[in-house]
Design a protein around this ligand. Structure first.
Ligand SMILES: Cc1cc2nc3c(=O)[nH]c(=O)nc-3n(C[C@H](O)[C@H](O)[C@H](O)COP(=O)(O)OP(=O)(O)OC[C@H]3O[C@@H](n4cnc5c(N)ncnc54)[C@H](O)[C@@H]3O)c2cc1C
Length: 446
């Protein structure tokens, strides 16, 4: 795969930044509810609050959609992220509720696309847990049993049966969800929000969130906001203030790359007739998906921990881009001459339980981390459930599932640099063994 002329972009490959970035807050104001962070989580909270007649202010450090929301792979998942076998082992009783929540979350995003007429090329393809080896196929079968037990809508099959490329042995499709251009979806949410009564201040970085006489006091460089309630929706950036509970989440940097446009006949020859997004069953997944511009977007494979706040604006590491290119050639040998055109990365938030969480720090302050690399569905859904809680005073049963009674979080396992390196090494060892097996099978056959 060619990697000579890759464009390293500091934003994303899906859309350009908005041309109408809103001015920053200048002066003090009061409101009923303030939302901090303008990703799809914060925007959907503010949108819902405004539509339900609340006086709402949203504060965003750069522009709405600057974070993970525009940068992700656009695979709208109907199941939680993380290792589902481990989650089932640790939180067996929670699993049916989690599946219900994640399926509802995916349907919620579909309804947002429809309600606001968002043109983001959404395709209801589902996403496939794809196996690159027999070992991974065994894992897929075990995960399928878990998901079927808890009532998820899934299909197990060979690559032919699932309509996925023949470079994969087979897998399991979560039938709920699909693929989209996440930059366009996020821009559509921004447009919908700007059409409401919500007061949106972009280029406004919140530097502190405190309390004064029962109100939340939110500090920004050129003005204070006093609010009866505040929703913290800054995802991976949540650890920037004193108010943030220790270990709320771990910020992790992940990378996507996009190929040049590929001849449609060559794409058709792959056997990817379902167009389902793919996630491999490595400990740290690879993801692959088709786009409407006849490219393939793929990525992750390595996780890099953020160490200090504020999180830096980063570009992908060229060594990782090379590694992703190598993986692509193994999965799609027929496309080994295709070039990578661009690459970008973004910060995701991993919780210590690997489950989405939400809760209150006090009676005025709400937070959520609905990410774990799967927040495209979950963040907007949880955001709107928090808005409903603020208006109605009652938690929806899906919000109840992830509600944290006391904001105390254990140290996350294997999320240090050494732990992440060890997990990556196990994946590479397994890839090496599987590659050798494939080679000797080819030699025997030939
Ligand atoms: C490369 C990549 C691939 C991914 N792929 C997928 C996928 O295929 N499917 C999936 O479901 N999920 C995926 N994800 C995860 C998904 O994008 C996130 O879970 C989701 O976008 C989280 O939305 P959010 O609104 O919570 O956070 P974000 O979109 O990160 O928004 C947080 C916002 O807060 C703002 N902010 C930060 N600090 C401050 C401050 N002090 N004051 C004011 N504003 C502040 C930021 O500028 C940002 O706009 C991926 C993520 C990445 C990075």
């Amino acid at each position: 795969m060619k990697t000579e002329n890759v464009e390293y972009t500091a934003f994303c490959g899906w859309v350009d930044p908005p041309a109408d970035v809103r001015p920053s807050l200048a002066g003090d104001l009061t409101c009923e509810v303030a939302v901090v962070g303008g990703g799809i989580g914060g925007m959907s909270t503010a949108l819902r609050l405004a539509e339900r007649g609340q006086d709402v202010v949203l504060l965003e450090a750069e522009f709405c959609g600057h974070g993970a929301s525009s940068r992700n792979a656009g695979q709208l998942a109907g199941a939680p992220g993380g290792d589902l076998q481990l989650l089932d082992l640790l939180y067996r009783k929670k699993m049916p509720g989690m599946i219900r929540l994640t399926e509802h979350a995916a349907h919620h995003v579909e309804s947002l696309i429809e309600k606001y007429g968002i043109d983001c090329g959404y395709e209801r393809t589902g996403n496939v847990f794809a196996a690159v080896s027999r070992g991974q196929m065994g894992r897929v079968r075990r995960v399928t049993r878990i998901l079927r037990r808890v009532g998820a809508d899934v299909k197990l099959g060979t690559s032919e049966e699932l309509g996925i490329p023949r470079g994969f042995l087979g897998g399991m499709r979560e039938n709920v969800g699909g693929i989209m251009n996440p930059g366009q979806f996020t821009a559509g949410m921004r447009r919908a929000l700007l059409n409401t009564s919500a007061r949106v201040f972009e280029q406004t970085k919140v530097t502190d969130v405190g309390r004064d006489r029962g109100q939340a006091v939110i500090t920004t460089p050129r003005g204070l906001v006093r609010a009866n309630k505040v929703v913290l929706a800054t995802n991976a950036y949540a650890g920037e203030w004193d108010i943030t509970p220790p270990r709320l989440s771990v910020p992790i940097w992940v990378v996507e790359v996009e190929t040049e446009p590929i001849d449609p006949a060559r794409l058709e020859a792959l056997g990817w007739s379902s167009r389902s997004g793919l996630v491999t069953q490595h400990n740290i997944m690879e993801n692959y998906r088709l786009t409407s511009r006849n490219t393939i977007v793929f990525g992750v494979r390595r996780l890099e921990r953020g160490r200090t706040y504020p999180l830096p604006q980063k570009l992908p590491d060229p060594a990782l881009v090379e590694e992703l290119a190598e993986a692509f050639t193994t999965r799609f040998p027929a496309l080994s001459d295709v070039a990578i055109e661009r690459t970008w990365g973004g910060w995701i938030a991993i919780t210590s339980s690997w489950l989405p969480i939400a809760g209150q720090l006090d009676d005025a302050t709400y937070y959520s981390i609905a990410c774990n690399g799967h927040g495209l569905a979950q963040a907007p859904y949880v955001g709107s459930l928090i808005a409903d809680l603020i208006v109605d005073g009652e938690r929806h049963e899906d919000l109840e599932e992830l509600w944290v009674k006391k904001p105390k979080f254990p140290r996350p396992l294997m999320m240090g640099s050494l732990g992440l390196r060890a997990i990556w090494t196990v994946d590479r060892f397994n890839d090496f063994v599987n590659g050798s097996k494939r080679k000797s099978a080819r030699q025997k056959a030939g």
